[in-house]
Design a protein around this ligand. Sequence first.
Ligand code: CIR
Length: 250
Amino acid sequence: MYTKAIVRRPGRNFANGITTSNLGQPDFNKALEQHAAYCDALIRCGVELTVPDADERYPDGCFVEDTAVVNSRVKVISRPGAATRRGEEEEIARVLAGFGTTESITAPGTLEGGDVLRAENHYFIGLSERTNREGASQLSTILAKHGFTSSVIRVEARLHLKSDIAYLGNGNFISTPVFSHVAHPANTIILDPDEYYSANCLRVNDYLLIPKGFPKSKMKILELGYNIIELEMSEFRKMDGGLTCLSLLF
Ligand code: CIR
């Protein structure tokens, strides 16, 4: 069960963050509304929120997932691979220090939480443009000390590992075809090409948060019996962000 989450509202210069999406400029007020709905959903799932202030030095700062890898046993502060994002983790480290043991990824390691997928007590760590082998290896060593296993997967198709795959709980995964080999086919929903964005779902306690506007994925998820909460993510998608990116849950 998750009881806590850290989230950070988008700052006014949110639109200056990194993006490859070609979906146009995000609307700041809409982004705030969508963020507020996301926070309400987390509260409905039973978690208590901590909300550090936005910091305009970091337009991508609302994507807090990338700044740490957290669970009930340890909080690992990451070292973002994107140069413009390095430093976002400092405020998150201060907040997390109030919640227990912290460790850190150190240079020359880089690691972003979007590349780290937990499935029960196993972690998949993606090697991407943002996460290098050294960062992955440091994380793996830290996780092992706290009783977790891990394995490394190469990420080539899109930004982060979790752009393409999510663990839904109960042994089930949802994935684009590139990671169809990660779990048993019988336990994996494979997405249709026009709905790849919906690979980024977020299981929070009794609910599964899914992005709005992906009817085929929604049907497949409902067939598995999950209680879903659908959230509009259009403005975050324009900045390459998804549901998992907006929180740190533990
Ligand atoms: C970036 O490129 O770093 C941000 N614009 C989006 C980060 C999304 N984070 C995530 O998938 N965990």
